[in-house]
Write a protein that binds this ligand. Structure first.
Ligand SMILES: Cc1cc2nc3c(=O)[nH]c(=O)nc-3n(C[C@H](O)[C@H](O)[C@H](O)COP(=O)(O)OP(=O)(O)OC[C@H]3O[C@@H](n4cnc5c(N)ncnc54)[C@H](O)[C@@H]3O)c2cc1C
Length: 409
């Protein structure tokens, strides 16, 4: 097989790594539009937090290790499925027998003038380097972050730790509104404010303003906020523009079937670029998190090997690493809410149809692993529902599970 992997993020790397475990004969070309060896995006924050050198995921010699032809700084600008080829940014053409689209996602900023120079983001190592460079130069004393989703909150904490005055505006009434309920969000906001971050809720930014370079953010209220550093953290969007005219079916992301194959012969997709179904609700959307990208890459590799493996569906799981208080949010906030607060710790479990539909843990995360496992395996928890909030739940896991006649691993 002559395989072309477009993208060298967690999804693309996972395809190559899994394939190579079983197939040493196929040729693999992997392209990345970025000028680096592959890296793990969740680790970027850590590098700048600790001042460590960037440690490239799988090491700098990964291309030799996986026996592949890695070409960085090479962008695909079109896919011609009839000819089984892609067009590159330098005008050259590259042929493939089988292609995997693993181009991930980029910043999605639905604000006027969002393309203006002078607006920073953290969506890639290149983007993060540019932002942190401004901080290191000492030319930025304060920052304004638009959006308080998961990445926005992590950036706020990082920039505050690096000594900047940070203001964060969020149009909803809470931070991380898609994954946190009001109570859990309030704990995060409290911790952020104690760290000196100025969190402004119910504050909708509508445009970046400035002559040639962005200088301020206009709010729906009519007010304007300025800062040395303007940062957009308003969401992500799959990198699919290069697929225009290819005949490949897209919606918000690339549409794939349960084997993660697209509508085009010999083309698969995995990671943030792919619209996959949720393992609990069946809903089709882009689940832009690391473990999904890695798992999808594995499924694609096995299917490239002809195994006809069916994807179990994407999961929803996020954790905040730099809040000073551990927090994890898994699954969905639907159904009956069970809740217990002990000091700084909060545990919430959502039950629907006798199964765990989601959980939110702050402070004490010890039950996270068992909740995730029970949820993903759709275990009927009705027999031990009243024990889910106990501090020792999951500690005597065999006894806990023995209570459930429906439990099957
Ligand atoms: C700062 C940050 C922190 C995060 N923290 C977490 C976390 O804690 N936990 C978690 O689960 N998830 C986290 N995520 C999300 C997670 O990193 C992504 O879900 C994951 O990286 C998706 O992997 P991917 O391979 O699909 O895409 P990406 O990682 O986006 O990689 C895409 C690759 O495609 C290349 N590419 C794009 N377009 C083209 C083109 N036209 N031609 C050639 N190459 C192209 C890019 O250069 C890149 O190599 C974080 C993301 C960021 C940005």
């Amino acid at each position: 097989m002559k395989l072309l992997i477009i993208g060298a993020g967690p999804a693309g790397i996972s395809v190559a790594e899994t394939l190579r475990k079983h197939d040493t004969r196929s040729s693999i070309v992997m392209l990345s539009s970025e000028p680096y060896p592959p890296y793990a995006p969740p680790a970027i924050l850590e590098y700048f937090q600790t001042g460590q050198e960037v440690h490239f995921w799988k090491g700098e010699s990964f291309a030799d290790q996986f026996d592949l032809d890695y070409r960085s700084g090479v962008e695909v600008i079109a896919l011609h499925s009839d000819e089984h080829s892609v067009k590159l940014g330098d005008g050259k053409t590259l042929e493939y027998e089988t292609a995997v689209i693993a181009t991930g996602s980029r910043l999605h900023a639905p604000l006027e003038n969002a393309e203006m120079p002078g607006i920073y983001n953290f969506k890639s190592l290149s983007a993060a380097e540019a932002l942190i460079q401004k901080v290191r130069e000492g030319s930025a004393k304060n920052a304004l972050i638009v959006g308080a989703g998961f990445i926005g909150v992590e950036i706020a904490l990082l920039l505050r730790d690096l000594g900047l005055e940070v203001t964060q505006v969020e149009m909803e009434d809470r931070v991380m509104p898609r994954i946190l309920d009001a109570e859990t969000s309030a704990i995060v906001i409290d911790a952020m404010r104690k760290r000196g971050i100025n969190v402004q809720l119910n504050t909708k930014a509508t445009a970046f303003t400035g002559k040639e370079v962005a200088e301020a953010v206009a709010l729906e209220s009519g007010d304007t906020l300025t800062a040395d550093l303007l940062i957009a953290a308003t969401g992500v969007k799959p990198n699919i523009d290069f697929l225009d005219g290819s005949g490949l079916q897209t919606n918000w992301g690339v549409i794939v079937d349960e084997k993660l194959q697209t509508n085009l012969p010999d083309v698969y997709a995995a990671g943030d670029v792919a619209e996959t179904f949720d393992r609990l609700t069946g809903e089709q959307y882009v689940h832009a998190i690391f473990p999904n990208a890695v798992e999808q890459g594995k499924i694609v590799a096995h299917n490239l090997l002809g195994e006809k493996l069916v994807y179990e569906g994407a999961e929803s799981i996020n954790s905040l690493k730099h809040l000073g208080l551990p927090l994890i949010a898994g699954g969905h906030m639907v159904g009956e809410e069970l809740r217990v607060k002990r000091g700084e710790s909060l545990r919430k479990v959502y039950i629907q149809d006798d199964q765990i539909a989601g959980y939110r843990l702050v402070g004490d995360l010890r039950a996270a692993g068992i909740f995730r496992s029970l949820m993903n395996k759709r275990v009927n928890v009705s027999q031990f529902k009243n024990r889910l909030l106990r501090l020792d739940f999951g500690m005597g896991i065999i006894q806990d599970l023995a209570l459930s006649p429906h439990y099957m691993l």
